[in-house]
Design a protein around this ligand. Structure first.
Ligand SMILES: Nc1ncnc2c1ncn2[C@@H]1O[C@H](COP(=O)(O)OP(=O)(O)OP(=O)(O)O)[C@@H](O)[C@H]1O
Ligand SMILES: [Mg+2]
Length: 463
């Protein structure tokens, strides 16, 4: 494996790592490991000499121990944030000392590795850090999904995203349903050192509890009835990339314990496998629920909350940034029209006003739905207020007429079968969209077999 970064000219430029530790044995071990990665190492045995070197020379990564003769590694993390903000710094923590790892990450450390050093973990950490310096932010920005909107709140959010993308710290994204949490997660992945790696989104609420462990961590053949072959977990399939735990609040308590080990030790143990494996994934999570409140109710483990929530991003509700509505609406219309091979209709000034006055409980996703409907209602090249159907005071119609089937129910009330079908349809479409129409992946998300999914797609007339 060649971890040496290529400079734009194609010439190989040797990266330099500053290792700060007062144990000669550890310095030697790290130095040896790094030299096998064709990296150059400089060492310092206390804070004072570290700062002196940092002022005098150029480095690509700083790796520091926590307890040093003249102070705390955290002080160095803070000093680097102030004086050499571009330099990724990672800390070496005592085994099990999550407290200080979390503090370091909050202070701006890029990542941590715990003692005794697992050289595999160390190599991966260093590899990610070195890739960061060759990450020209703009280059991939065109292809990456983007959160649109020019409101101050959105500008701020995008800035935060760029900032946290440089770190490996767990980020928790909160915000109402449909605000763009998943999009934010994809942006973090797409503008960080792991963007060449996979982005694996797991909907924790969609996987049946009894399958959860095997889906996430995998299993060995024969470890339980039905385990006919070895199976790789979703966590391992995110190796080198990002694991996005969506609806993390829905994670059952027994899984929360296992996840803790992943976040803390960067290891997983597939079912039936006696040994733990080390994995290199960055963990992002999201929920529209109030996680702190669930912790207070005893429904979410406090220790896990503390660890996945090292950095919190809040995606504001659409009604808090109605100035963004025209821009987002236009982008949505352009996208929808392109799908129909048509030109996007214009929004009349009055329509924009109508759209901006509404409160959008379903946020951007609801705006998408409103516009999709308006597009089908409009027969001209412009959309006027009468094409806009918003959910107002009256209870919203539970089902689309197209989904109606089966026996007629009491007037004004959809039959139960119809309601279930509509729920099922929504869940399937959502899973398909999320997996970019990969049915195997969608079936996995929904916790059903590929065949069962194919059957339902046919039955519900999706596609
Ligand atoms: N700022 C934005 N600009 C453009 N499109 C957006 C923006 N925010 C959200 N969207 C779009 O709105 C839809 C919903 O976004 P997303 O799935 O990221 O929301 P979410 O917060 O994860 O929702 P949920 O809580 O329902 O899972 C997506 O189609 C997304 O592309
Ligand atoms: Mg989502």
């Amino acid at each position: 494996m060649n971890e040496v970064a290529q400079s734009p000219r194609g010439a190989v430029e040797q990266a330099v790592v500053l290792v700060v530790d007062d144990e000669p044995d550890l310095l030697e071990l790290v130095g040896l490991t790094l030299s096998r990665m064709s990296l150059k190492t400089r060492t310092a045995s206390d804070l004072q000499s570290a700062r002196r070197l940092l002022k005098a020379e150029r480095f690509d990564l700083c790796l520091t121990d926590m307890r040093l003769p003249d102070g705390d590694g955290l002080d160095l993390v803070a000093w680097i944030q102030e004086n050499r903000a571009d330099l990724p710094v990672a800390v070496i923590t005592a085994h099990g000392n999550v407290e200080s790892a979390v503090r370091a990450l909050k202070l701006g450390a890029f990542d941590f590795v715990s003692k005794p050093l697992d050289l595999g973990v160390l190599r991966k950490l260093v590899g990610s850090a070195i890739r960061l310096r060759t990450a020209p932010d703009e280059k991939t920005a065109d292809f990456a999904p983007r959160l649109l909107g020019s409101s101050a709140a959105m500008e701020q959010l995008r800035e935060m995203i760029v900032r946290v993308a440089r770190s490996q710290a767990p980020v928790h994204i909160c915000g109402e349903s449909g605000t763009g949490k998943e999009l934010a997660a994809r942006m973090i992945h797409g503008s960080g050192a792991r963007r060449e790696g996979p982005f694996v989104a797991v909907n924790c609420g969609a996987i049946p509890t009894e399958l959860m462990e095997s889906e996430l961590f995998g299993h060995k053949r024969g470890s339980f009835t039905g385990a006919v072959a070895d199976k790789k977990g979703l966590v391992q399939s995110a190796e080198g990339g990002t694991l996005f735990l969506d609806e993390v609040a829905d994670l059952p308590l027994h899984m929360q314990v296992k996840l803790l080990r992943l976040v803390q030790e960067k290891t997983v143990r597939p079912i039936g496998e006696p040994r733990e494996e080390s994995v290199d994934v960055r963990i992002l999570s999201a929920t529209h629920k109030d996680l702190a409140d669930l912790v207070a109710q005893g429904l979410f483990r406090e220790d896990l909350f503390y660890r996945i929530n090292v950095i919190e991003l809040r995606v504001p509700a659409l009604r808090e940034r109605s100035a963004d509505i025209p821009e987002i609406a236009e982008a949505i219309l352009t996208r929808l029209a392109r799908r129909l091979n048509a030109t996007a209709p214009k929004l009349s000034a009055e329509t924009v006003q109508t759209l901006q006055a509404y409160r959008y409980p379903g946020n951007v996703r609801e705006l998408e739905n409103v516009l999709e409907r308006a597009l089908t209602l409009s027969t001209t090249d412009s959309i006027t207020p009468e094409h806009i159907r918003l959910r107002t005071g009256a209870p919203p119609a539970a089902v689309e007429p197209a989904a109606v089937s089966g026996a007629p129910a009491a007037e004004g009330y959809p039959a139960l079968g119809t309601q279930l079908e509509s729920l099922e349809r929504d869940a399937i479409i959502k899973a398909l969209e999320r997996t970019r129409y990969n049915k195997t992946a969608a079936a996995k998300l929904l916790g059903m077999s590929f065949r069962a999914l194919r059957y339902r797609i046919k039955k519900l007339g999706i596609e």
